[in-house]
Write a protein that binds this ligand. Sequence first.
Ligand SMILES: [Cu+2]
Length: 280
Amino acid sequence: MMWNRKLRRIGSVASVLMLVVLVLGACTMMGGGEAAVEEAAGDIPEVMIEMGDAGPTIAAEVPSGVVAFNTAVAPDAGLARLNEGATLEQLNEALGQPDPTAALALVSLLGGASNTADGKVIVDLKPGRHVLINFPEDGPPTVAPFTAGEPSGATAPTADVVVDLVDFNFAIPAEIEAGPKVWQISNKGEQWHEMAIVKLSEGATVDDVLAMLQSEEETEGPPPFEDIAFWAPNSPGETGYVTWDLPAGEYTVICFLPDLAGDFSAHAAHGMVATLMVTE
Ligand SMILES: [Cu+2]
């Protein structure tokens, strides 16, 4: 089922990522003067994720506060904060189970994004232990731990498109202009949510997508849509930023996640589907 596929993708992504921290402070040191310090303080530090033999790798420590993760080498990666009292061992064990949903009690999901214009995902990290989770196509999920340390002092980007994820809908503009746009995506619901931007296949409808999600069988052939961009699951209260450059056209915005507080049907079946027009 789709949500299982998504869940696997999220898990594998986090584990595989390797991050290398670009220390913005270096600019400050080279610049010397007060002006350089102020300029550096306003910049969002960028943490590079690199692909190693065993998956993505990430620096052991990154700044807390507003931080950009360059996930270009692992665009399906998901960031998460370890919850109070949860251990890395518990997380690894939960992710190793056939049904990895037990892992959800151990982490707060911070999102992640594919098909970004600049390779980056921007989040506001609380100090403490975090993980990058990766779900490889083949093999078990991997987890790359890192700690968020001293505050970056950076401010969040100014959003062009503001989206609130709620139970169960998208508060999203009906229409935006084409070109690179900074999206702010906040989970203001009680459940986890994600946001897939898809293009329905010629002749396909939202009902076809819902029928596929509700089918007990593994559906044959390609899905009735094309993946355009994806925002990985956010836990309630979490906000992230991403820049997408969507060509003009009509898109469908959809949450494939299962209703874990209800009957496990997809949020989309509860109405979490929207139409987005991107104009020239
Ligand atoms: Cu949802």
